[in-house]
Ligand binder design. Structure first.
Ligand code: PGA
Length: 243
């Protein structure tokens, strides 16, 4: 089995001064027994490239180059020092209208640039309340995860939209139900689907991490707010090491 993964998504936060947090994190976790991935804003990727952690972009364009003002290709992220890229984060889906086909195209672009794609899926509150969570997950998995996905180039992040940045977390049973469902779909479709890592994301904190990491088929976390400060992210990494 691949190592568990603690991933931090800084979103549109972080200036060069914030790199001090990563230095602190590096000192505390220089011999971590789990993989650690930081996705800073793209402006900081090259400044992070010599760190011990894996570094990721938060989005990429599906094309390799061209007239796309303001966008970054997967190859550019790799060239700057990234080894991973998030695709299909719910904030991209909502703010930029990205649909499953777009997310799949971006994930294929990541593979072509030798980046690992962290493909994000998750239901809205309305979808959960109407009982359609698992069918939404099925549609997103089928449409966003390319056929070329393997455990070596893909991580799935289950992030219920209503849990992101809200402090609301699904029950452990709810997390377990969705992760088991994703695992079953991955093993049906991919020969190495049993080894593809599935992260939980949405209001993960030091205080709830150990419980979440105890749920079957939770192979790590994608952490937003609590990844910005070493003091907040560090206990999450430690909880994952102990899981
Ligand atoms: P949060 O964000 O940890 O701040 O809820 C998670 C994410 O959006 O990846």
């Amino acid at each position: 089995m691949p190592r568990k993964l603690a991933a931090g998504n800084w979103k549109m936060n972080g200036l060069r001064a914030s790199l001090a947090e990563l230095k602190t994190l590096e000192e505390r976790h220089d011999d971590a027994s789990v993989d650690i991935l930081i996705c800073p804003p793209a402006t900081l990727i090259s400044a992070c490239k010599d760190m011990l952690f894996d570094i990721g972009g938060q989005d990429c364009h599906s094309a390799t180059s061209g007239a796309h003002t303001g966008d970054l290709s997967a190859q550019m992220l790799a060239d700057a020092g990234a080894s991973h890229v998030l695709t299909g984060h719910s904030e991209r889906r909502t703010d930029h209208g990205e649909d499953n086909a777009t997310v799949a195209a971006k994930s294929r672009a990541a593979y072509a640039a030798d980046l690992m794609a962290v493909i994000c899926i998750g239901e809205t509150l309305e979808e959960r309340e109407s009982g359609s969570t698992l069918s939404v997950i099925d549609t997103q998995l089928a449409g966003s995860v390319p056929d070329a996905a393997t455990a070596q180039n893909t991580v799935i992040a289950y992030e219920p939209v209503w849990a992101i940045g809200t402090g609301k977390v699904p029950t452990l049973d709810q997390i377990g139900e969705v992760h088991a469902h994703i695992r079953a779909r991955l093993t049906d479709r991919f020969t190495d689907g049993a080894e593809m890592r599935i992260l939980y994301g949405g209001s993960v904190k030091g205080s709830n991490a150990a419980d979440i990491f105890g749920v079957p088929h939770v192979d790590g976390a994608l952490v937003g707010g609590a990844s910005l400060k070493a003091d907040d992210f560090s206990p999450i990494i430690t909880a994952l090491e102990k899981a």
